[in-house]
Ligand binder design. Structure first.
Ligand code: 9WN
Length: 444
């Protein structure tokens, strides 16, 4: 490890030591041409992890930032989708479930030679690429942007084209894994419509619960539905035509669609660097933000919610997903104020001096679970997205308060995957890539 820091040892407190811990964590997870989210739980390349991780590398080894994104986008499908997992053929067989055999990406037209999943994750890559470039502009970075630009555009085209199931210019997700917040209470209602057959899961073996406490992970019932949803999508060879008639989970997610809009803003900046007219990106960004406000904002609750396309209704749960639209620079003033009110309420406790970490779910809700994954614990990527939004909308005191809280988490517990939302105790994997990467960005 670097600087004599043991990423699994006693966490340090000073900024220099914290930085060294983050560096050691990223170095330890680097795998030739990409970075694994964690050595224990996730032995392959994950899509949105790689975007956050690339931003972290931009602070240390910009060459690795671009390598990370190039490896991911080399696995992009012909239709433009960027798969949420790119399987490492060198990883131990059976080390992650569901693995490459289960996904069987070769059934799809236009899948790449390397094995991947068939789902997507929040498209935060254009934003990460832009911020990485701004952090370390160089001739190499410019040529990486030139390579990435058409691929990022194709990713947007896929999401706003084939995935526009609702017809309003937003992307629908076909699986909770696509939101990145797998078992968020946001998905309970739409998931209830997915047939859950315990026998489905008995045919497989989960691996996550051998590496992490089962009480901190999604339940077996959740997994039975996750598996059933992949089987449904795979049965249609991962095609998106006619999903309404045959697929039981179709939801517009505020995070995925915020990332989609933020990507158009970032693409406008990237376009300028690579010498393309940015106008189209600005226009599309405006349309996405308008659709997000129109379809996912509830004036009664004053926050954003997912829209279940099968029922046409907003999902009532008030999760951290509702805060993420603050990331959009063109979010109208009314929604900016509403999100700030929600974030500062006892539900989320954002403050210039935070007494507890930002939770992933409304901490006053009856289904808030402080230990279970996306149902309460604090995650650095959600904190980082909100932190960006606070800076974008000129709230430096709140941004500083959130940054201090995020930093304190790592200083106290180390680069954990997630943290107890009251005590800050480390949960999940102890050496987690995006925690390290985003901490580096917040400290910079
Ligand atoms: C399923 C890798 C990924 C993250 C997700 C997180 C978790 C996978 C899992 O790990 O999901 O994709 O097996 O639980 O929910 O956000 O990208 O870190």
């Amino acid at each position: 490890t670097m600087a004599g820091i043991d990423p699994g040892g006693t966490p340090p407190t000073g900024a220099a030591e914290l930085r060294a811990l983050a560096v050691a964590t990223l170095e330890g997870n680097w795998e030739h041409d990409h970075t694994v989210p964690s050595r224990t739980l996730y032995p392959h390349q994950w899509s949105w992890d790689s975007a956050f991780i690339a931003l972290g590398w931009a602070h240390l080894r910009p060459d690795r930032a671009w390598r990370e994104l190039r490896t991911l986008f080399a696995a992009q499908w012909a239709d433009g989708r960027v798969p949420h997992i790119v399987f490492n053929p060198a990883a131990r067989v059976g080390s992650y479930f569901p693995g490459p055999d289960f996904w069987d990406s070769a059934v799809a037209d236009g899948a790449p030679a390397v094995a991947t999943s068939g789902l997507v994750q929040p498209p935060v890559h254009a934003l990460a690429a832009w911020l990485a470039y701004r952090r370390a502009p160089s001739a190499t970075a410019r040529s990486a942007l030139r390579w990435l630009y058409p691929r990022l555009v194709a990713q947007q085209r896929y999401l706003t084209g084939a995935r526009d199931v609702g017809g309003a210019g937003l992307a629908a997700i076909v699986h909770p894994w696509e939101s990145g917040l797998d078992n968020s209470p946001a998905w309970d209602e739409p998931l209830a419509a997915v047939p859950a057959d315990a026998a489905v899961l008995r045919a497989y073996r989960r691996h996550d619960t051998t590496h992490a406490d089962a009480a901190h992970r999604p339940t077996d019932l959740d997994y039975a539905r996750y598996v059933a949803l992949v089987e449904s999508y795979r049965a249609g060879r991962y095609r998106d035509e006619g999903l309404v008639g045959r697929h039981p989970f179709l939801v517009e997610c505020p995070l995925v669609n915020t990332a989609l809009g933020a990507a158009e803003h970032a693409l406008a900046e990237i376009a300028t660097v690579v010498g393309v007219d940015p106008g189209g990106h600005r226009e599309r960004a405006g349309r996405i933000t308008a659709a997000l406000v129109e379809r996912l904002y509830d004036p009664v609750t004053g926050t954003f919610h997912p829209r279940d396309l099968r029922t046409g209704r907003l999902v009532p749960a008030r999760t951290a997903l509702g805060l993420v639209p603050l990331l959009l620079p063109d979010l109208p003033a009314g929604q900016v104020e509403a999100v700030l009110t929600e974030a500062r309420s006892p539900r989320f406790g954002l403050a210039a001096r935070m007494d507890r970490p930002l939770p992933s779910h409304d901490r006053t809700a009856p289904d808030f679970e402080p230990l279970r994954y996306w149902r309460g614990p604090s995650w650095l990527n959600l904190g980082w997205l909100l932190w960006q939004g606070l800076r974008t909308h000129g709230r430096p005191e709140l941004a500083a308060g959130l940054a201090a809280s995020m930093t304190a988490l790592v200083a106290t517990a180390g680069c954990h995957e997630y943290f107890h939302p009251d005590t800050g105790a480390g949960l999940g994997s102890p050496r987690f890539g995006w925690t390290a990467a985003l901490l580096l960005d917040v400290l910079a």
